[in-house]
Design a protein around this ligand. Structure first.
Ligand SMILES: CC(C)(COP(=O)(O)OP(=O)(O)OC[C@H]1O[C@@H](n2cnc3c(N)ncnc32)[C@H](O)[C@@H]1OP(=O)(O)O)[C@@H](O)C(=O)NCCC(=O)NCCS
Length: 173
């Protein structure tokens, strides 16, 4: 499986991956998350222009997983990582995150951050296995805090499903 920078022609495939990967949330009662729209073409185009959209492609150069990473408050923030269920649990998510690490290094950014659900098995526990740690509140900078607020405004602030900010690398606790 090759990992390469995404191109605008990949946008429909990326949106398809997001919808398919999101279905897992339905099985734990988070139908609203499963029903969320995938990232818009405009949003994906911006990430592609910044070089922060990565895809893992199969033998026919069709994307089966993707990751979006961007500079945020001096660190590299993983905005999204999703693997098509047909290719899940083969290490692709972990490989994409390694490439995001290299992206952070290349951009002089100190480590990776992300926001995720604390108690969804393939969210915070998965990232903890990959070496991420929950950032305590006083280590969450203004840019990350604003990102969390934006996500809450978009329906991710669910009382029964707390979110956490996690980090890996130089700036992790
Ligand atoms: C999270 C995700 C990117 C992981 O990608 P992946 O390529 O399947 O993961 P890897 O192969 O690197 O690692 C596999 C590990 O992930 C975790 N995992 C993946 N799917 C899981 C599931 N359905 N239930 C529980 N744990 C799961 C397990 O720890 C698993 O290890 P195991 O197979 O030994 O049990 C993928 O499951 C996904 O796209 N999920 C839906 C979208 C999502 O939640 N994205 C993250 C938003 S913050």
């Amino acid at each position: 499986m090759t990992i390469r920078a995404a191109r605008t022609a990949d946008i429909p495939a990326i949106q398809g991956i997001e919808l398919a990967a999101g279905e897992a949330f339905r099985s734990i009662g988070l139908a609203d998350i499963a029903d969320d729209d995938p990232p818009s073409a405009a949003e994906l185009t911006a990430h592609i222009r910044n070089g922060g959209a990565l895809v893992a492609v199969d033998g026919t150069d069709t994307p089966v997983a993707y990751l979006l990473v961007e500079a945020l408050g001096g660190r590299a923030h993983i905005e999204q990582v999703s693997v098509h269920p047909s290719h899940a649990r083969r290490g692709l998510g972990a490989r994409l995150i390694e490439v995001a690490d290299a992206w952070a290094d290349a951009h002089g950014l100190a480590g990776l951050t992300l926001t995720t659900f604390a108690d969804v098995p393939w969210n915070a526990p998965y990232y903890a296995r990959l070496g991420f740690a929950v950032l305590p509140d006083d280590a969450v900078d203004a840019a990350l805090r604003e990102r969390v607020r934006e996500e809450e405004a978009h329906g991710l602030g669910l009382a029964e499903w707390p979110r956490v900010v996690m980090a890996r690398g130089a700036s992790a606790p």
